[in-house]
Ligand binder design. Structure first.
Ligand code: ZN
Length: 322
């Protein structure tokens, strides 16, 4: 309730939804064809990243995905932002795991941290993301009634971890509400790299203008600058993202974003440290828009969050099984 949102500059004009059926159709196509169908909507993989860039493509459209535009508030923590109890161990040894994902490592990155509101100086510290320097982390957004993105991301991460572990995967979280703030975006990337993850997904919800609805998956653009070289992961990350998008549509029934991605549910960006510094296949998912009342009703529903986790999980399973 006390959340004073970093608001979302400048409001983007709503874009007509084009080709909304592409991802929905892809959801009906099994296996590898699914990824292919979504590729067809956004451009072929391996074309250098430029053409595969979001159908939205333009810098202004990219900037409309608000995640990195959020500034920490100087105020106190939101009343509803209580950190959930930390799990004793975010990662478990699955050496004896059985299941289709046995031997696979998945890193889940719950965006932001419930404690970021109380550590604004620390999370404002600039870190090197290869292409430039950027804030260590941001507070994230919240619904108008004060349900924070950081709580949302942790909850979905826990549900997703359970689903993947049941398939035999080794799962690691970048944070589990068990640290005062952060980690910084560069460390979030390093955690996936160090784990030699087969797939990494960063969980978010957007904070865009009311009326902007739906989910989108953010893919790494090909960048080579400083410590960043995403060229080897662009192709596999597109495959991962397309499979997550298709399964997310199918399981949640949510439509792809009506404000970025031209109805494909896929957007490519080169301004996110968590993607730029990754050396393993990685995508972000913005599960919905917390500032839209209809999307907020979904995001605050535990039953819907379970479906969201299920959709993401099935996309990861599809990617890892090939
Ligand atoms: Zn976020």
């Amino acid at each position: 309730m006390s959340y004073v949102g970093p608001d979302f500059d400048p409001p983007q004009p709503r874009r007509p939804r084009r080709r909304p059926l592409v991802v929905a159709l892809a959801a009906l196509v099994p296996g590898a064809l699914l990824g292919w169908a979504v590729y067809a909507a956004v451009g072929a993989p391996g074309d250098g990243g430029g053409a595969a860039v979001s159908a939205s493509g333009s810098p202004s459209a990219s900037a409309s995905a608000r995640d990195d535009g959020k500034k920490p508030t100087a105020g106190t923590a939101p009343t509803s932002g209580t950190a959930p109890a930390a799990s004793p161990s975010p990662s478990r040894s699955r050496a004896t795991a059985r299941g289709p994902l046995a031997g696979k490592v998945v890193v889940i990155d719950p965006g932001h941290n419930p404690g970021n509101f109380r550590h604004t100086a620390a999370i404002n510290r600039q870190v090197d993301i290869g292409t430039n320097r950027k804030e260590c982390d941001t507070t994230g957004t919240s619904t108008n009634s004060g349900y924070t993105e950081a709580r949302f991301t942790l909850d979905v991460a826990h549900r997703l971890r359970d689903l993947l572990q049941r398939q035999g995967a080794t799962v690691k979280l970048t944070q589990d509400g068990d640290r005062p703030y952060g980690p910084c975006v560069d460390e979030r990337a390093r955690i996936g790299n160090t784990a030699h993850a087969d797939a990494v997904v960063s969980i978010h919800a957007d904070g865009s203008a009311a009326g902007n609805r739906g989910f989108h998956v953010i893919l790494p653009e090909a960048v080579r600058a400083g410590a960043a070289d995403t060229r080897p992961i662009v192709g596999p990350s597109q495959d991962l993202g397309a499979r997550i998008a298709g399964n997310f549509v199918r399981v949640t029934g949510s439509a792809p974003s009506n404000y970025v991605g031209d109805g494909t549910g896929l957007v490519t960006r080169k301004d996110l440290g968590g993607l730029n510094l990754s050396t393993v296949p990685k995508v972000f998912i913005e599960c919905g828009n917390m500032r839209d009342s209809k999307d907020a009703a979904l995001l605050t529903s535990g039953a819907w969050r379970q479906k969201a986790a299920q959709g993401i999980s099935e996309g990861i399973v599809s990617f890892l099984r090939g």
